[in-house]
Design a protein around this ligand. Sequence first.
Ligand SMILES: Cc1ncc(COP(=O)(O)O)c(C=O)c1O
Length: 438
Amino acid sequence: MGVMSSTSPSTTPAFALSGRAVRTGPQPISYLLKQAVDNPELISLAAGLVDYESLPVEPARRAMTAALDEQRGRRTLQYGTTAGDAALRQRLLEHMAALDGLEPADLHATADDVVIATGSQQLLFLLTEVLVDPGDIVITAAPSYFVYTGTLATFGARVHCVDMDECGMVPASLERVLARLQSRGELERVKIIYICDYHQNPTGLTLAADRRGRIVRVVQRYSQHHQMLLIEDAAYRELTYEGRPPPSLKRHDEGNRFIALLQTFSKPFAPGLKTGYGLLPRALVEPVVLQKGNHDFGSANLCQQLILEAMTSGDYDRHVAALCRRYAQKRDAMLEALNRELGGFQPEATHWTRPAGGLYIYLTLPPEIDTGPEGDLFRRAIREGVLYVPGVYCFAPDLDREVPCNTMRLSFGVCSIEQIHEGVARLARAIRAVATGA
Ligand SMILES: Cc1ncc(COP(=O)(O)O)c(C=O)c1O
């Protein structure tokens, strides 16, 4: 019998993971994806994926062919710069200004203030990386985008949540949270206010025009020791199906000093390109680009050239217009199905949002129905063949608040209209069964 060597598998000590790695839990979406894989018959109203049929294969092919032509092909296949292609950055500045009906100069910014990234998620990560040390405070809405909540956990941020109503984040609630932190002597730790202001993930709600100036003024009033960063995550801005979206928060940033406006090609064009962009406060461009140098020293040039081509040819705008028509039908189908299936179900306690754009509807059920992943409804819904995102995933842990357990996010993005009708019917069956104890 040999003596066990010091390298035998049973005696190899564990790696000493970094604080960041230890703080990083699995994203809820991995669990939901596993449910979908384990139950192939499931209709997933959980997935935040975009509509499959309308993905822009032809426009992308045309743009790729142009980007790889004799003249430009080699440049397209070469490394680019860390902040992104200069011509595309200029185009994106014009694009963001045009969405506000402005010229670039009106935004007090130049193309040097635009950074292109591997998805807007990378910019969320980078901005947090340059501002947040463990124990620092980030303020978000309740509920909020859960992937960013995970990022905040990784950085060891403490999160404080602000109320939302039908008109988005409530300025008076933001003020109360900041005043409370000030009275505790913690204002110096507040680094970021994060707002997804157009057709929010997960509620589909948009921050009303008349709240925008007030929110900005509150942030500025409390930026006494240092400048707090307001992140305007406008991932769903271009997916507006009804009315005109309100002007950006960024418009209130005279001199480009404290608001980062983040947008992406993932939702309005193709997530496979994984390309996002941000108009950043001038003082944060260099710190962000330096960190991006550590990550990847530049996002894929191939994707950037394809996008530049699609924007220049007009294919991008045409695609967004067609996509909005398609999603409007899907949203209407989900609202119709909810009305039909749940319209008469405990109406004083059951309600849902009616978004003017984006991909999500947020459903609130009577308080005794637990929508959580360990609750009866979640199991029952899977048995009926439908998946949703439990609302508890969308609330960052905040010691000052209780998390409601009776909400869920429903997405109408990836399912067909038939699947939306069938999925909501299955969900309603599960809800009625749980409510009656059947
Ligand atoms: C609110 C919000 N922000 C940012 C992102 C990140 O998207 P991407 O990194 O693909 O640009 C998403 C993706 O779902 C989102 O919902």
